[in-house]
Design a binder for this molecule. Structure first.
Ligand SMILES: C[S@@+](CC[C@H](N)C(=O)[O-])C[C@H]1O[C@@H](n2cnc3c(N)ncnc32)[C@H](O)[C@@H]1O
Length: 401
C-alpha cells in the first residue's frame, strides 16, 4: 500500500499477521486459541493515537494516561506480555473471566478466547480509562464485554465466581476478594511485586490458599487505591537509592549514607554465579532484612557502587550498614563467582549472612528447577518462616524443592 507522499504504509492486517508470527517465534504464543485471538482483534483500534508500528510492536506499550506529576498510570500493555499472561491463564471457551485493570484490547482477546458462551468483565479504578475502553470495545464489536468502574481490590462480586482472574497492574498483595471470587478450580494470574521486582505468577487454588504453576518477569504500572504498595525509599549520596516494601525493615537514610562513605569490605563466596533473576528472588525471600539498592551508570563508573546495582540488587540492611552482591570472572571455570560488598560498622556480620546465602543458593538450588510460589491468606504464623514475605492479607513464600 502506498501513501500520497510515496512512502510505504503498512496495512494493519499485515502488521497483525507479522506480530502473531513473531510472538510465536519468541515463544510468547504457544497455543492456537491465543494465536487466533491475537489474529482476530484489531489492536490498533484500541490505540488510535499511536503509530501503527507501535501499536503492533511486540514490546512497546502505549501510554494512555499520566497523573498530575507526569507519571504514567495507564498504558496499553505490550503484546508480548499480554500473550504470555493469556497463555499462563489457560482460558477455555465458555469461561467467566475478570480482568482487573482495563484498556480494552486485552478484554477483547479474553472475549475471543471465551467465545460467545463466556463472559468477560473488566474493571478499572479510573473512569476515564473505562470510558475509553468502552468506546474502543464497542467500535471494534466487543459489546459483550462488561465494563465496571471500581477499585479492583474488592473484586467484582457481581459476576463471581470467576474461572479466571487476570490482574494487569503490579500488585503488592493478594486481597481476599481475588481468592474468594475464584471458582474452585479457578486460576489467578497476577503481576506480583516483591521488593522492586515484578513477576507475573499464575496461581491455582489449593487447600491452603494459592500455589503457582508458572511465573516470569513482568513490568506493569502500579496498582492504585486500597491495595497500593507500601513502599519506602531513601536517597543516599549521589542519587543512590535504597527502597523496601517490607514494613519490618527500617531505613535510616543518614546512617546508611554514612556507611556508603566508608571503605568497602569485599567478601568472595567461592560459589558459582549465574541466573541473577532466580538468585535475586532467593535472596529477597531469605535475607533477614531486605531492601533494594539502585545506582545510576555515572555513580557506578565513579566506583562508589558496583555494577550489580544498575538495575537494582537485593541489599541486606541494618540500622547503620549495608551489603549487596557482586561478581567476578572465575578464570578456572570460565564462569563467574559471586561475592559481597559491605559498608558500615556491621559490614563483617552482614557479609557473613549474605555470602552464606550465596553459597546455599549455589549448592542447594541453582539450576535445580524453577521456584514454586505459595500465597497463604490470613494472619501470618508466628514466628514467621525465614523465607516468607509478609503482606497485609497473607504471606508469600517460594521454594525450590
Ligand atoms: C497496564 S494498564 C491495563 C492494561 C490493559 N489491561 C490493556 O488491555 O492493555 C493498568 C490499569 O490498571 C488500573 N488500575 C490501577 N489500580 C487499580 C485498581 N486498584 N483497581 C482497578 N484498576 C486499577 C489503571 O487505572 C490502569 O488503567
Amino acid at each position: 500500500m502506498t501513501a500520497i507522499d510515496g512512502s510505504t504504509v503498512r496495512n494493519p492486517d499485515v502488521l497483525r499477521e507479522d506480530m502473531v508470527r513473531a510472538l510465536r517465534d519468541q515463544g510468547a504464543i504457544t497455543s492456537e486459541p491465543v494465536a487466533a485471538a491475537f489474529a482476530a482483534v484489531p489492536r490498533h483500534r484500541f490505540a488510535p493515537e499511536a503509530p501503527l508500528s507501535i501499536a503492533y510492536d511486540l514490546h512497546s506499550t502505549v501510554p494512555v494516561k499520566k497523573d498530575k506529576h507526569g507519571l504514567v498510570i495507564s498504558v496499553m500493555s505490550a503484546a508480548h506480555l499480554q500473550a504470555v499472561m493469556l497463555e499462563q491463564a489457560g482460558i477455555e471457551p465458555g469461561m467467566t473471566v475478570l480482568e482487573i485493570g482495563s484498556g480494552g484490547v486485552n478484554a477483547a482477546y479474553l472475549q475471543e478466547l471465551v467465545g460467545p458462551g463466556g463472559q468477560v468483565t473488566t474493571v478499572d479504578i479510573d473512569r476515564d480509562i473505562i470510558d475509553r475502553a468502552r468506546m474502543c470495545l464497542d467500535e471494534a464489536g466487543y459489546t459483550q464485554v462488561k465494563t465496571v468502574v471500581a477499585d479492583g481490590e474488592s473484586g467484582v462480586p457481581d459476576g463471581a465466581p470467576y474461572d479466571r482472574v487476570i490482574v494487569t497492574a503490579a500488585a503488592w498483595d493478594i486481597p481476599p476478594s481475588w481468592i474468594s471470587g475464584l471458582a474452585e478450580k479457578g486460576r489467578l494470574v497476577v503481576p506480583l511485586t516483591v521488593c522492586g521486582t515484578t513477576r507475573s505468577i499464575a496461581f491455582d487454588r489449593d487447600e491452603d490458599g494459592l500455589i503457582s504453576r508458572s511465573y516470569g518477569l513482568a513490568h506493569f504500572v502500579p496498582m492504585q487505591g486500597d491495595g497500593a504498595a507500601e513502599e519506602r525509599k531513601v536517597m543516599l549520596r549521589d542519587g543512590v537509592v535504597v527502597r523496601t516494601d517490607d514494613g519490618r525493615v527500617s531505613l535510616n537514610a543518614r546512617a546508611l549514607d554514612r556507611a556508603l562513605g566508608t571503605p568497602q569490605l569485599v567478601r568472595w563466596s567461592g560459589a558459582a554465579y549465574d541466573l541473577p533473576d532466580e538468585l535475586d528472588l532467593y535472596l529477597t525471600l531469605n535475607l533477614s532484612s531486605v531492601a533494594r539498592l539502585h545506582a545510576d551508570k555515572e555513580v557506578i563508573e565513579r566506583g562508589l557502587v558496583e555494577a550489580s546495582a544498575r538495575l537494582g540488587v537485593p541489599a541486606l540492611v541494618s540500622e547503620d550498614s549495608i551489603a549487596y552482591r557482586t561478581r567476578r570472572a572465575n578464570e578456572e571455570t570460565g564462569g563467574y563467582e559471586s561475592g559481597v560488598i559491605a559498608h558500615g560498622p556491621q559490614a563483617e556480620a552482614l557479609a557473613d549472612e549474605y555470602s552464606n546465602l550465596l553459597r546455599r543458593w549455589a549448592h542447594d538450588h541453582r539450576r535445580r528447577g524453577v521456584a514454586t510460589f505459595r500465597y497463604l491468606p490470613g494472619p501470618a504464623p508466628s514466628p514467621l518462616p525465614q523465607d516468607a514475605v509478609l503482606r497485609r492479607h497473607g504471606i508469600i513464600t517460594a521454594t525450590w524443592r
